[in-house]
Design a protein around this ligand. Structure first.
Ligand SMILES: CC(C)(COP(=O)(O)OP(=O)(O)OC[C@H]1O[C@@H](n2cnc3c(N)ncnc32)[C@H](O)[C@@H]1OP(=O)(O)O)[C@@H](O)C(=O)NCCC(=O)NCCS
Length: 285
């Protein structure tokens, strides 16, 4: 059997979406966890969005001419982000995942990214071992939280929709907290009117591209993040990611009715700074 890797195109969205759905469903079901994609349509919508966004590189694996897997690299920021990766359940554990990972890692190195991030499902031994063998370091346990944002107001923390003029201050804040900005991702969120900023004492002290699985947030303090969560119209994508070691924020979420879905793992290669502030990573890191 001959395996071929090639860049993905929009025409691959349906085939890749079906495999994403089936691959994630089979591993979640084996562990009695909720499915990552609630339906095959939701998975196809995600692969369509990724394959249509020029900020993402994609790689498709074909076995004897039939698509059997795909992987994506988020290239919108100075640090690249991997995923979602999936391999047809009928041909898993036969090195296709390793080759799909090597393809995006080589692409990232060729493009000169300072580092790579990914978020791994904590219960999935195979992906944890594969990524670790490929050189990724475990950085942070993450809790995927779902539910309805608490309807609270924080005196002195005003949340409002972000505008183009906020891009500079938000990127500057991100550089202070993460050591790099996430301007490409924030730019996309601004275009889609998803981004919000929080202001405290007359200046921007945090922002969110959404409170969702595919969105990130940063804040100088935990209060900035609490205000952004409380002001969110909804929690998108089945849940948002919270660094579990941020016990105060985790406890606050639990006390306010949010529920824990599963543990995930933030893993990195290359440049990584311990964040100098509060943050919520996206599933792409
Ligand atoms: C994760 C996934 C993409 C991996 O692809 P794959 O083709 O099955 O994996 P591979 O065969 O390339 O690699 C598996 C590696 O893990 C190792 N491995 C698996 N289980 C292991 C265990 N319990 N202990 C140690 N090593 C283990 C294998 O030996 C292999 O290592 P090697 O490449 O050095 O030989 C695939 O299983 C999948 O689609 N899963 C469902 C979707 C998913 O979970 N995506 C990732 C979300 S984080």
């Amino acid at each position: 059997m001959k395996l071929k890797l090639r860049p993905g195109t929009r025409e691959d969205a349906a085939a890749c979406g079906v495999i994403d759905f089936e691959a994630f469903k089979s591993i979640s079901s084996q562990h009695n966890f909720p499915w990552d994609f609630p339906s095959v349509e939701a998975a196809i919508a995600t692969t369509t969005a990724l394959l249509s966004n020029p900020g993402f590189y994609s790689v498709v694996a074909e076995l004897d001419g039939k698509i059997v897997g795909s992987n994506f690299l988020d290239e919108r920021n100075p640090i690249s982000g991997v995923g979602p990766i999936s391999v047809d359940p009928s041909v898993q554990n036969q090195t296709i995942g390793r080759q799909l990972m090597l393809a995006v890692m080589e692409r990232s190195a060729r493009r000169g990214f300072a580092g790579i991030r990914l978020v791994q499902s904590g219960y999935h031994n195979r992906s944890l071992c594969l990524y670790t063998k490929l050189g990724f370091d475990t950085r942070e346990p993450l809790s995927k939280m779902r539910g309805t944002p608490p309807s609270l107001k924080f005196a002195g923390y005003e949340v409002r929709p972000a505008t183009e003029a906020d891009l500079g201050p938000c990127n500057e804040l991100c550089r202070r907290i993460h050591g790099h900005d996430r301007g490409g991702e924030l730019g996309d969120a601004l275009k889609q009117a998803r981004a919000r900023v929080v202001e405290h004492l007359g200046r921007i002290t945090g922002y969110a591209t959404g409170i969702a699985f595919f969105a990130h947030a940063i804040g100088e303090t935990k209060n900035d993040i609490k205000a952004l969560i409380a002001a969110a119209p909804e929690i998108g994508g089945g849940g948002f990611l919270l660094p579990t070691r941020n016990s105060e924020l985790f406890r606050w979420c639990l006390q306010n009715g949010l529920r824990l879905d599963q543990q995930m793992t933030l893993m990195t290669i290359g440049l990584y700074n311990e964040p100098a502030g509060a943050y919520l990573p996206s599933v792409l890191y």
